[in-house]
Design a protein around this ligand. Structure first.
Ligand code: LLP
Length: 431
C-alpha cells in the first residue's frame, strides 16, 4: 500500500490505522474524509528528528496549514513541536482558536489585506512573511499607529524552476509570490525595511514549489538564499535569525511517485547550509522548512458510495460516486493522479478500468480517468488514497453539495474532527 497507515484486513477490506473503512462508511456515512492521526504524528516526528540529527535542533518544521486546516490538526502538530504557517485571516483565526501561541505562527500570503495584517499585529503573530513593498509600507504604518514593532521575514524568489505542475511552481521569476533577487527588488526592500522604525527583519524565506520529488532544488535554494544573505550582510550590515526554505516535499499518490524519505531533505540541506555559512563567515541561522502536503497527504483517504455505473462500449466505464470536485477538485484542476480502490473488495484483483465520476453538473467533474479498480457494483465503497492534503481545504459547495465530515483515526479508534455540513449550514448566510 502506498501509505504506512493502510492495509487490507482479514475481511478483505481496506483498513486505516486499525479501522475497517467499510465500517467507518457505515458509521459516519459517505462521502467521508478519514485521516490517520498515527501517521500524521509519525511524519511530524520524522521531520523533527531530522533537525535534531542534522542541524543540532537549531530550527524546526512549520506545518503549512493550507494543506488541511481545522482546529484539531493545529493541536496535533503543535503537540509534536511544530510551528504553524497560515495564509489567511481564516487560517489565522482557526489556529488561534485551537490554542496555537501567536509566537509560533508564521503568516504568509501575497496580498494580505489591511484587516489581516492588523489581526496579525494585534494578536502578536511571531513572523509576518512580507511578500512585497506595498505590504511592507502598510505594515510599517499599521505598526506605527499601534506603537508596535512588527517581526517580519521577506519572501524571496530565488529564481529556481522546480520540476512540478506549473500551477504549483512558485520559485521562478514569473511568479506572483515574493520579491525578485535578480532585479535588485529584494535588496531594495531590505534597504527600505532597515530604515523603518516599526519593522524588525528576523529572516528570509523562499518556497520553490510543491510535490517536488528530488532534493537538489532545495539544496540549490539554500545555496542561493545564503549567497543573498551574505550579500545583505556585506552591503547593509544586516543579520538574520532564521532562514525559511519553504515546503513542497513530494508524496506518493500512486506507486509511480518516487517520493524521497522526508529525512533526506534536512540531511542534504543542512550540509549545504553548513558549508555556505563557513564560506561566507555567517553565523548558522535557524532553519525552518514548511511541509504541508507531506504531513497530511498520505495520512488521508476519502470514502465514497458507488452509485450509477455506465459502461459505454468501446468508450469508457463511468463509475459515479456521491462526491466529486466539490470535495476533491484536484483532478479537475491539475489532472492529479490518484490510487482508487473498492474498499470492500480490496483483496480482489484490480482488473476493471474505470473513470470515477463525481455528481456535479459538469463533465470535467472526474476524480480519475481510466484507472484500474476492482469490479464495482452500486453500493460498494470506493476509496481514493492520499487525499489528506488540499482536498478538504479546497472543497467547495458547488451545486450546493455539502462538505463531508472528517474523521480522525488512531489505533483502531475513530472520532469526528470536522462535522459534515447540513442543509441549514448552506442557507445560514442567505438573506
Ligand atoms: N510554504 C509556502 C509559502 C507555500 O506556498 C506552500 C504551498 C507550502 C509551504 C506547502 O507546500 P507543500 O509542502 O504542501 O507542498 N493546491 C495545490 C498545492 C498548492 C501549494 C501552495 N503552497 C495542490 O493541490 O497540489
Amino acid at each position: 500500500m502506498i501509505s504506512n497507515c493502510l492495509k487490507i484486513n482479514h475481511a478483505g477490506h481496506l483498513e486505516i490505522s486499525g479501522c475497517d473503512t467499510v465500517e467507518l462508511a457505515e458509521q459516519y456515512g459517505t462521502p467521508l474524509y478519514v485521516m490517520s492521526e498515527d501517521q500524521i504524528r509519525e511524519t511530524c516526528r520524522r521531520y523533527v528528528a531530522s533537525f535534531a540529527k542534522n542541524y543540532n535542533g537549531h530550527g524546526k518544521p512549520i506545518y503549512a496549514s493550507k494543506a488541511f486546516s481545522c482546529k484539531e490538526i493545529y493541536r496535533i502538530v503543535l503537540s509534536e513541536g511544530l510551528d504553524v504557517e497560515v495564509v489567511s485571516g481564516g487560517e489565522l483565526y482557526t489556529a488561534l482558536q485551537a490554542g496555537v501561541p501567536s509566537s509560533q505562527i508564521h503568516f504568509q500570503g501575497n496580498n494580505k489585506s489591511t484587516g489581516e495584517l492588523t489581526m496579525a499585529l494585534e494578536n502578536g503573530v511571531g513572523d509576518i512573511v512580507v511578500d512585497n513593498l506595498y505590504e511592507l509600507e502598510c505594515l510599517e504604518k499599521l505598526a506605527a499607529q499601534r506603537n508596535m514593532t512588527a517581526s517580519i521575514s521577506f519572501r524571496i524568489k530565488p529564481g529556481i524552476d522546480a520540476h512540478t505542475h506549473e500551477f504549483i511552481r512558485t520559485g521562478q521569476i514569473d511568479s506572483k509570490f515574493g520579491l525578485d533577487l535578480a532585479s535588485g527588488e529584494a535588496l531594495d526592500a531590505l534597504r527600505q525595511a532597515k530604515e523603518m522604525q516599526h519593522i524588525a527583519v528576523k529572516g528570509l524565506h523562499c518556497h520553490i514549489g510543491s510535490q517536488i520529488l528530488e532534493c537538489a532544488p532545495f539544496v540549490h535554494a539554500a545555496e542561493v538564499m545564503l549567497d543573498f544573505y551574505g550579500k545583505i550582510r556585506n552591503e547593509l550590515g544586516m543579520t538574520f535569525e532564521h532562514l525559511n526554505l519553504g515546503g513542497g516535499f513530494g508524496i506518493h499518490y500512486t506507486e509511480n511517485d518516487d517520493a524521497i524519505p522526508y529525512e533526506n531533505y534536512m540531511e542534504a540541506v543542512s550540509s549545504m547550509v553548513h558549508s555556505k555559512c563557513q564560506e561566507l563567515n555567517l553565523e548558522l541561522p535557524r532553519i525552518f522548512i514548511e511541509p504541508g502536503r507531506s504531513i497530511v497527504g498520505e495520512a488521508g483517504i476519502t470514502l465514497y458510495s458507488v452509485g450509477a455505473i455506465k459502461e459505454i462500449p468501446g468508450v469508457r466505464n463511468y463509475v459515479a460516486i456521491d462526491g466529486g470536485m466539490f470535495d476533491n477538485p484536484r483532478y479537475a484542476l491539475y489532472q492529479s493522479a490518484y490510487t482508487c480502490l473498492v474498499a470492500n473488495k480490496a483483496d480482489k484483483p484490480a482488473d476493471y478500468i474505470a473513470t470515477i465520476a463525481g455528481k456535479c453538473c459538469e463533465s470535467g467533474d472526474l476524480i480519475q480517468e481510466h484507472t484500474p479498480i476492482q469490479k464495482p457494483e452500486s453500493g460498494d465503497i470506493l476509496a481514493v488514497l492520499s487525499t489528506g492534503a488540499y482536498n478538504y481545504s479546497m472543497a467547495s459547495n458547488y451545486n450546493r453539495n455539502l462538505k463531508p465530515a472528517c474523521v480522525m483515526v488512531s489505533n483502531g479508534n475513530s472520532r469526528i474532527v470536522i462535522k459534515g455540513e447540513t442543509y441549514e449550514d448552506l442557507i445560514r448566510n442567505d438573506v
